[in-house]
Design a binder for this molecule. Structure first.
Ligand SMILES: Cc1cc2nc3c(=O)[nH]c(=O)nc-3n(C[C@H](O)[C@H](O)[C@H](O)COP(=O)(O)OP(=O)(O)OC[C@H]3O[C@@H](n4cnc5c(N)ncnc54)[C@H](O)[C@@H]3O)c2cc1C
Ligand code: SF4
Length: 477
């Protein structure tokens, strides 16, 4: 009998006809999950349990599985603790699935002495998988269309139809009742309850994929980085949750995108950009989780130790004045999701500037996002967003001031702050926060070659003392 985990729910994980699928409600007692995330996980487990050959078992902790003598096989799970668990069960463990490259392939690349960079890894993936390739040459003569893909949000919006929303069914009601009961027992969830927006079974996941390919993929590229305060979803796929639950195989997702290009349904810069995310970034951060090791989340090279504000912990945007942040926190409360740029350039950037403790930020993202998993977060948060690894993941911190947000979003127009001002009543906390960060971390960062211009700029600021005093005293963003 196969032991199946909650992120292995699609057909590509099946290696035995009989399946045991554990549901561990006690995990919700350990941490404060977004209610919609808990809902999605329970819905996905219970939906899969309706398939023939699947036995659902409610357990208090995974260790109790040691009492089951009928378990014979498992697909290697996605976290260190669960790998230790399957190692202790005496079952056969087969190679992990749900990604586009094997752990061995990445280990070979990492040990080949080549610099570990996304771009090298991505090109290897494209060649190996033959996606958007003509022999050894990339389709369109270029590997990367990022420079064509940096448009701000258009004033009139993208004009796309609403994304596919799964229809709520009796199982959603049942899950809601379970969560209500847990709350009565004292379990705390964060964020709002609401209609489930993410695919929770294979059928819904395939519909979500089809809807994205038909209606949104073509505009994905040009507006990939744009933030529109009136449209959380833009032309993004919202497929991370079904992929991370194992409901969709990323190879089928990338293949569907390539097919759309070949049929003339979507432009190359969009399809290349999307495939780069799926076979490049997603696989890359997965492999880095193992490559960097279990203690990577404890790194804190910039010595950041500030506590997360209550507005973050409680997902309460009303306690925040900065329009970009309050709107993003509100969207996280409402949906358990925002797209990549608010995650990196608003939440990550502000956490970096304000020196929030990296381990806490990592956990906050895991618990607050419907697609959050232990493997996806370390490279994205500890490495890319917070530079807490001292540069193993990125060559420089992703710090940016309000000018970036003003260029790529429509938040600043309705904000009480001015993105161009760094001192005064209406000084933008992101612009001032940028210089505050650079000055606070001067000792660690000043010799970074890629920050040469930034430090030259800092040395020209005549009001740096005022900025530092103002930001040291800022109690509320
Ligand atoms: C601070 C931070 C936190 C993040 N947290 C998560 C998370 O909890 N779960 C998660 O799956 N992704 C996470 N990401 C990566 C990325 O932001 C999300 O995958 C994406 O926004 C999900 O929305 P989407 O499915 O519409 O993605 P799209 O924009 O449509 O992109 C397509 C797919 O590419 C993959 N992808 C793109 N970038 C990344 C990346 N950097 N890491 C991993 N996969 C990537 C995802 O599977 C995504 O579904 C995070 C990034 C940052 C900077
Ligand atoms: S002015 Fe500053 S705080 Fe306000 S929305 Fe723009 S970047 Fe954010």
């Amino acid at each position: 009998m196969q032991l199946l985990f909650a992120d292995q729910l699609g057909p590509h994980f099946v290696v035995d006809q009989k399946i045991l699928l554990p549901e561990v409600l006690s995990q919700f007692k350990k941490r404060e999950y977004h209610r919609q995330k808990a809902h999605l996980i329970l819905y996905a487990i219970r939906s899969r349990a309706q398939d023939p050959g699947v036995e659902l078992v409610g357990i208090d902790n995974y260790r109790s599985l040691r009492e089951r003598s009928d378990l014979t096989i498992a697909v290697n799970p996605t976290s260190y603790p669960l790998r230790r668990l399957v190692g202790s069960l005496g079952v056969q463990v087969v190679q992990s699935r749900g990604f586009c490259s094997s752990e061995q392939e990445f280990a070979d690349l990492a040990s080949a002495g080549k610099q570990l960079r996304l771009e090298n890894f991505y090109r290897r993936q494209r060649k190996r998988l033959g996606l958007l390739m003509h022999g050894d040459e990339p389709e369109g003569g270029r590997w990367n269309f990022d420079s064509d893909n940096r448009l701000p949000p258009p004033k009139q919006g993208l004009g796309l139809p609403e994304p596919y929303w799964p229809e709520q069914d009796a199982l959603d009601d049942e899950v809601r009742a379970t969560l209500d009961e847990l709350e009565r027992q004292g379990v705390r969830f964060r964020g709002e309850d609401g209609p489930r927006k993410f695919a929770g079974n294979r059928e819904q996941a395939l519909r979500a994929l089809e809807d994205f390919i038909e209606n949104r993929l073509d505009l994905f590229g040009p507006y990939e980085d744009a933030i529109d305060s009136g449209d959380s979803w833009m032309a993004h796929s919202m497929l991370s949750a079904p992929m991370n639950l194992g409901l969709l195989d990323p190879l089928e997702v990338a293949g569907a995108a390539e097919d759309a290009y070949l049929k003339g349904k979507a432009r190359l810069e969009s399809v290349e950009g999307f495939i780069r995310q799926v076979i490049g970034w997603r696989d890359y951060v997965w492999h880095l989780y193992w490559h960097f090791g279990e203690h990577y989340t404890e790194l804190n090279r910039l010595g950041a130790s500030a506590e997360l504000p209550e507005s973050w912990k409680g997902l309460d945007g009303s306690q925040i004045d900065a329009q970009c942040l309050s709107s993003t926190i509100r969207e996280v409360a409402e949906n358990g999701w925002v797209h990549h740029i608010p995650r990196l350039m608003i939440l990550g950037n502000i956490a970096l500037q304000r020196g929030y403790a990296p381990g806490d930020v990592n956990d906050w993202f895991i618990d607050s996002f419907v697609d959050g998993t232990p493997w996806v977060m370390p490279a994205n948060v500890i490495g890319m967003s917070l530079y807490a690894d001292g540069g193993q993941m990125s060559t420089k911190p992703y710090a940016a001031g309000g000018a970036y947000i003003d260029r790529m979003s429509n938040h600043c127009g309705s904000c009480r702050f001015n993105p161009k001002k760094r001192v005064g009543e209406d000084a933008c906390p992101i612009t001032a926060g940028y210089w505050f960060f650079m000055e606070n971390n001067r000792a660690q960062l000043k010799s970074n070659f890629r920050l040469r211009n930034a430090y030259a700029g800092l040395s020209r600021l005549t009001d740096l003392e005022d900025v530092m005093e103002q930001e040291n005293n800022r109690r509320r963003l």
